[in-house]
Design a protein around this ligand. Structure first.
Ligand code: ARG
Length: 554
């Protein structure tokens, strides 16, 4: 049935030009025929129409042919901003890149922008021999602006508006349009869009369609014709719309599919794909998301799409989202506009795809996007260590003064009172802590001398600032905290200690010069720890009577 067209396309360009010229002359002599169904030598017995009379009509053109007139090979119908319904036999096995679409164009010689096709979805069981299931959807690379009067989507036969079991009824006038052959005897292709009104020949329950017999499949096909005068679509109109005005809304009832000859009535009416049969399939393909945005989470991705709420509002199919590699799946209804796909691995890049997956068995093109789940955040940097409490690396003692004499202790016990003034210098760059334990003993025997209650240790900074002024019992351990600011050590932190010790006067009490003060220094191994139990002991003996300018403990 496309032989005529192919033969025409094989004729030299000048021949085709002549044919077109002849057509233009015919049109001119026929006068201004503007009515959609005014009889003239158009479509077959149709007339010129403006694109505004069928703004859903698009021309399918071959990408490989430059000028639109020669490139046009089929028609189609806009059913949404991104989808064209056409006949499967127009695009058998065609690569999407081989087909382009002209929208809003009445005359093929008009300059216009071609719209690319990103996917072709033919009905899975389209039969190229019987023409059963002759329907395909082209997904457009970019949406068509539907706001004007020349580009509009035609409504699908909503089950809310029409009953699929009775619609369209016999004798319903329907409008078929296209740039197909206008002659039953020669190839005569117009550059201006043609339209003609034909009548639905039989309702869904009446299998009558001329003499096609079993070639006419009532369920998948619809036939239409008009015998007064014979009107029909013809070669080149395929894929185009058979539109019916239902209470003011044009709805797509059929797709130009096949016929024996053209306008050969009453024997061979035009045969159209019956849209009501393919309504759910068409809806699912058309409303399947054409693009998605994917946002990464820590082990998931949020997938979002813009639901098409106008093309098939009565239908809300499921969208299935898949992540590859791994094959994680999530499903949400189309109208929710998104879903979360979980179980993704950090540091992995996924291709996420989404498509309507519904009971209508549609396999629409997938919308896809890639997403990388971020690698796990590196373990948070350890909190900066608290300022190191530096162990005191150098301690200096200076015995400034000493006196000892026999006195009674405060409790009346006979005693030797020793008053020592000792300066302690600490080489502290920030601050440090040191524990000092003061022990008196007999220099010769190394025996400890018993210290009586009432002994005191007082100390203050040389700057005059008073430390806490404890009164302690002996022997005593005190922790000294030295705060230093001058790293040169010239202005060392120091303290003046005043020890008042009452040593119990016993038999064999050593002479003053043999009373020894042992200062044991303990440095915390753990600078933060005040406990010195685990720390090494470093002893420095400072003997009374010795002229010690500086005693260094290291
Ligand atoms: N199959 C034809 C094409 O590819 C359309 C045939 C329509 N024939 C008819 N008698 N209505 O253009």
């Amino acid at each position: 049935m496309r032989r005529w067209y192919r033969r025409f396309m094989r004729t030299p360009v000048w021949t085709r030009a002549l044919l077109v010229l002849a057509l233009v002359i015919t049109a001119a002599t026929a006068g201004a025929a503007t009515g959609a169904d005014a009889p003239s030598a158009r479509i077959i017995n149709g007339s010129d129409i403006s694109i505004s009379q069928a703004p859903w009509q698009v021309a399918l053109v071959r990408s490989s042919v430059a000028d639109n007139f020669n490139a046009q090979f089929c028609g189609g119908s806009l059913v949404s901003a991104t989808a064209v319904v056409t006949a499967a036999h127009c695009v058998p096995g065609a690569a999407p890149s081989s087909v382009q679409v002209l929208a809003g164009v009445g005359n093929l010689s008009e300059a216009t922008t071609r719209i690319g096709v990103s996917a072709i979805t033919s009905y899975p069981t389209y039969n190229s021999v019987t023409q059963d299931n002759d329907i395909a959807v082209l997904t457009l690379e970019s949406p068509v602006d539907l706001s004007g009067s020349t580009r509009r989507a035609i409504a699908l036969p909503s089950p809310v508006s029409v009953s699929p079991s009775t619609w369209p009824a016999a004798n319903t006038p329907s409008f078929v349009t296209g740039w197909g052959n206008t002659s039953t005897s020669i190839s005569n292709f117009p550059s201006q869009l043609q339209g003609v009104t034909v009548d639905v020949l039989a309702g869904p329950l009446s299998p009558t369609c001329g003499i096609y017999g079993s070639a006419y499949d009532l369920e998948s096909m619809l036939c239409a014709a008009n015998t007064g005068p014979n009107r029909d679509s013809c070669q080149g109109d395929s894929g185009g719309p058979l539109a019916i005005d239902v209470s003011g809304t044009w709805r797509l009832a059929g797709i130009v599919s096949w016929g024996t000859g053209c306008a050969d009535m009453p024997n061979y009416p035009g045969v159209y794909t019956r849209m009501t049969t393919y309504l759910d399939w068409t809806c699912d393909v058309v409303t399947s998301p054409t693009s998605i945005t994917v946002t990464a989470g820590s082990s998931w991705a949020d997938v979002a799409w813009s639901p098409d709420s106008t093309t098939c509002p009565w239908r809300n199919p499921d969208v299935q989202v898949t992540a590859s590699p791994g094959g994680a799946v999530s499903t949400a209804s189309l109208s929710t506009g998104g879903t979360r796909i979980s179980g993704l691995s950090p540091g992995t890049t996924y291709t996420v795809t989404a498509r309507v997956s519904s009971a209508a068995g549609a396999t629409p093109p997938e919308a896809s996007a890639s997403v990388t789940i971020p690698a796990p955040a590196p373990a948070p940097a350890p909190a900066p260590a608290p300022p190191a409490v530096a162990p005191c690396t150098k301690t200096f003692f200076q015995q400034a003064a000493r006196s000892a004499r026999t006195r009674k202790a405060p409790d009346g016990t006979p005693a030797v009172r020793v008053i020592s003034r000792i300066r302690v210098y600490q080489d502290a760059e920030s601050w440090c802590r040191t524990k000092l334990t003061f022990i008196f003993r007999d220099k010769r025997t190394k025996k400890r001398l018993l210290q009586l209650p009432g002994s005191t240790l007082g100390f203050r900074r040389l700057s005059g600032k008073q430390f806490s002024a404890p009164v302690v019992s002996w022997p005593t351990t005190r922790e000294f905290r030295f705060a230093g600011t001058d790293p040169t050590g010239l202005d060392r932190t120091d303290a003046r200690l005043v020890l008042v010790s009452y040593l119990k006067k016993v038999k064999g009490m050593p002479a003053q010069s043999n009373i020894e003060l042992v200062v044991v220094r303990r440095i915390p191994t753990d600078p933060a720890s005040a406990s010195g139990s685990a720390n090494p002991l470093v002893a420095q003996n400072n003997t009374f009577g010795t002229k010690v300018a500086w005693a260094t403990v290291s």
